[in-house]
Write a protein that binds this ligand. Structure first.
Ligand code: KIV
Ligand code: ZN
Length: 512
């Protein structure tokens, strides 16, 4: 008999707390749809009280998603819980995830509350959340640095008040596998009513042990893991969904539980999150890194060719690697284009959106003879990035660079529909391009990160560029893709400027 392990995805909430990873409502809906295709059990869609934009995004996701549970985070305050309850109201299955800190340092220095007051606030919060849904989760923030006896007490009380899931977060990524495993064992053994709830692990990766700690919790009775695609999350990130899912699948002999995840959707989910947030995936990342199934050394290649299992413990296609299949070409028609996108799980809201995407595809196919699935995904992401409300829109670029000469660029872009031609010089063609744009825009922003990734293999691959900008304490990531990496850079820079203009401030739930 294998138990079910519930996969609670928090890419859209804890993942979004990564610098610059904040997403628009449309981007969140696209990721939520992909998470539903991946068959995650719970989608934590955001923190409703953090901003009107987050409230709207959670509500829209609650209206859209049918098979996964849609969840909003809430502190135990009335304002937060009412916002979360209203945001998830349209969901087929809705959950409120309410939390309060329980470690001495958080209670004393951040909350300035006595432990008895914390227990009382938690109980009231859970009771109020139950007015909206039976599916209430309670988290003890910074549980791992809390007193174990106090956790037993507060968890017992919130179970009595109606919590159905008890989450034990390692908020600061402090635990190690042996210790967290023992904590779960003791908490489950000692908490009154523990057999009536699902126990959940939520681990951060500050010491690189988020996945190992989550799995140790599973070995000791946790039946929900909170995780994110690509391990996205603030600081060193959260436990990575793909690693947890594949570990329990490949080592069922050890974990004796399994998930309902459609693992063939893992790579598509990873790419989508990376494209939307501008967080590239490192090549040697387990499961979803470009090298995860590449066998460089001669001995390994020989072994794999003779018998795959000599060096491979899982199959690339089982996690959704399509082996760079050529998908479409210059002569492919609109129906073939639409069909391939449907196969990739990409849907359009209107004929007009489809037509616009098709015309971008034709433009790309004129410049790139082989179009891979990854190109199509980037193209459609670009579509959603360049929405009609954008202030800045890329139009064209020419640039000149020659050994010994200072590179020059001319960028044509529109600002609220008005066309502008900008000239600039720089240390290299990308620098010249950014200088050209800035000569007209004068954004006052600081460039924190510039990274280029090849979307597929070979020199004719599209380059995917991320530009991270900061202005007045706000950080955003812009992303652009094109076979010409200077054009991709211009698109990424303008995309980041658009985000600086449009994205509203949000509260960080743990900092207030
Ligand atoms: O890390 C953490 O403690 C959290 C809680 C809000 C669950 O993200
Ligand atoms: Zn967290």
């Amino acid at each position: 008999m294998t138990d079910r392990l519930i996969i609670f995805d928090t890419t859209l909430r804890d993942g979004e707390q990564s610098p610059g990873a904040s997403m628009t409502k449309d981007e969140k809906i696209r990721i939520a749809r992909q998470l539903e295709r991946l068959r995650v059990d719970v989608i934590e869609a955001g923190f409703a009280a953090s901003s009107p934009g987050d409230f709207d995004a959670i509500r829209a996701i609650a209206e859209t998603i049918k098979s996964s549970t849609v969840c909003s985070l809430a502190r135990v305050s009335e304002k937060d819980i009412r916002a979360a309850g209203e945001a998830i109201r349209p969901a087929a299955k809705g959950r409120i995830h309410t939390f309060i800190a329980t470690s001495p340092i958080h209670m004393e220095k951040k909350l300035r509350m006595h432990p008895d007051q914390v227990v009382e606030a938690a109980v009231q919060g859970v009771k109020m959340a139950r007015e909206y849904t039976d599916d209430v989760e309670f988290s003890a923030e910074d549980a791992i640095r809390s007193d174990l006896d106090f956790l037993v007490r507060i968890f017992g009380e919130v179970i009595k008040a109606g919590a159905k899931t008890i989450n034990v977060p390692d908020t600061v990524g402090y635990s190690v596998p042996g210790v967290i495993g023992e904590w779960f064992r003791q908490l489950i053994a000692r908490t009154p009513g523990s057999d009536r709830v699902v126990w959940s692990a939520h681990c951060h990766n500050d010491l690189g042990m988020a996945v190992a700690n989550s799995l140790s919790a599973v070995l000791n009775g946790a039946r929900q893991v909170e995780c994110t695609i690509n391990g996205l999350g603030e600081r060193a990130g959260n436990a990575s969904l793909e690693e947890i899912v594949m570990a329990v699948k490949v080592r069922q002999d050890v974990f004796k539980c399994d998930t309902q995840i459609d693992t063939t959707q893992i790579v598509a989910s990873s790419r989508l999150v990376s494209q939307i947030t501008g967080y590239p995936v490192q090549p040697n990342k387990a499961v979803v890194g470009a090298n995860a199934f590449a066998h460089e050394s001669g001995i390994h290649q020989d072994g794999v060719l003779k018998h795959r299992e000599t060096y491979e413990i899982m199959r690339a296609q089982d996690v959704g690697w399509s082996a760079n299949k050529i998908s479409l070409g210059k002569l492919s028609g609109r129906n073939a284009f639409k069909q391939r996108l449907t196969d990739l799980g990409i849907a359009f809201d209107s004929e007009q959106e489809l037509n616009e995407a098709f015309s971008r595809f034709k433009d790309l196919a004129d410049r790139k003879s082989e179009i891979f699935d990854e190109d199509l995904q980037a193209l459609v992401s670009g579509e959603s990035l360049e929405s009609a409300q954008e202030r800045y829109r890329f139009l064209s670029l020419s640039q000149r660079s020659e050994t010994g000469e200072r590179p020059q660029a001319r960028v044509v872009f529109s600002v609220q529909g008005k066309e502008i031609a900008a000239q600039g010089q720089g240390n290299g063609p990308v620098d010249a391009t950014v200088n050209a744009i800035e000569s007209q825009v004068g954004s006052g922003s600081e460039l924190l990160l510039f990274s280029v990734n090849a979307i597929t293999t070979g020199t004719q691959s599209q380059g995917e560029v991320t530009m991270r900008l900061s202005r007045a304490g706000r950080i955003v990531n812009g992303v652009g893709a094109d076979p010409d990496i200077v054009v991709a850079s211009a698109k990424a820079y303008l995309n980041a400027l658009n985000k600086l203009e449009s994205r509203a401030e949000k509260l960080n739930p743990q900092l207030v």
